[in-house]
Design a binder for this molecule. Structure first.
Ligand code: SAM
Length: 296
């Protein structure tokens, strides 16, 4: 019941797809019916009153607006790809963050949107078409099968890595995670599942770190568990630094940081399950002084 109540009190967010419509025009249209504010951190993200339901709104049907939460919308902004860059979205479906990347890149450059699951590839393709994201190339492939030494990827400058996770920070899963029994400790089965997920997350992150021209990598989850978040980042720090990457602070103005489990965890960002009503985690690796083929 408490969960239901807090859900009703939850602000709603909507991201303007600037590939199709500019933010001021969307605000003008929505204000005919709703109270609308702009988010102060994520450009083109709008805040609506609790209970506002835009699911059947024409702007959503036409792909001018995507119903994407704040934590999710911070991820592509943290990666900050420039128009014209070549970028991989490693675990892309259904494509919320891919389409956000496309908008930030103003439809210029190239985004390889990689997705392993056949059914989810269909959703991804539909969303790409709906958004009018012409610079997105959908690849039905396991990201781990992309060969970093393949010339196709020699100019990839940024990777967004939002791998499968427990989803423990999402609304659907939330009630379960607020139960005292759950907070007291995870069941053996749950711990086994989390360890398996964490192993996979580490592998894909290590793979992302091996692309030769990459300067920026964002790792994100919608999990609240340290094992999928800080522990995964901590486990690749040595490899990352041997390849010239460092953690950089994600949204420095944001108050909630990574759990203090290692030196540098203050660079990481966490949204709070209770305060923000969703639990997201974002880490950013940056490699400076990379010389690009096109610059040589
Ligand atoms: N980034 C998406 C968004 O914002 O809409 C959500 C991604 S979801 C958390 C993770 C996705 O990664 C799932 O669709 C899953 O099928 C896909 N996936 C899992 N392992 C993968 C792999 N090895 N290669 C490519 N995709 C993978």
């Amino acid at each position: 019941v408490l969960d239901k109540i807090s859900d009703l009190q939850k602000q709603r967010f909507a991201r303007v797809n600037t590939l199709k419509m500019d933010t001021e025009s969307v605000i003008g249209e929505l204000r005919k019916q709703y109270e609308v504010k702009k988010d102060d951190m994520v450009p083109d993200l709008l805040i609506l009153q609790p209970r506002t339901d835009l699911h059947n709104h024409p702007l959503v049907f036409s792909g001018c607006v995507f119903l994407q939460g704040k934590g999710s919308s911070m991820v592509a902004v943290a990666l900050a790809p420039e128009p014209g860059w070549e970028v991989i979205d490693a675990c892309a479906a259904p494509g919320n963050k891919t389409l956000h990347l496309a908008a930030l890149m103003k439809g210029k450059g190239k985004i390889i949107a990689c997705e392993r699951d056949r059914e989810r590839v269909k959703r991804l393709k539909e969303n790409v078409t709906l958004a009018g994201a012409l610079n997105v190339k959908v690849e039905h492939e396991d990201f781990l099968n992309l060969d970093p030494s393949d010339p196709t990827f020699s100019k990839i400058r940024a990777i967004l890595l939002d791998p499968s996770c427990s989803g423990s920070g999402t609304v659907v899963d939330r009630l379960d995670h607020l139960l005292p029994s759950h907070r007291a400790g995870q069941s053996a089965d749950e711990m086994k599942r989390l360890r398996k997920l964490a192993g996979f997350q580490k592998r894909v992150l290590e793979h992302a770190l091996s692309f030769p021209a990459v300067e920026r990598i964002v790792y994100s989850t919608c999990s609240i568990h340290q094992i999928e978040n800080e522990d995964v980042i901590n486990s690749v720090l040595h490899l990352a630094s041997s390849r010239g990457f460092q953690l950089e602070t994600v949204f420095p103005q944001y108050p909630r940081r990574g759990l203090p489990t290692f030196d540098g965890s203050e660079h990481l960002l966490r949204t709070d399950l209770v305060e923000d009503k969703e639990g997201f985690f974002i880490a950013l690796f940056v490699r400076k002084n990379i010389r690009h083929l096109k610059d040589e």
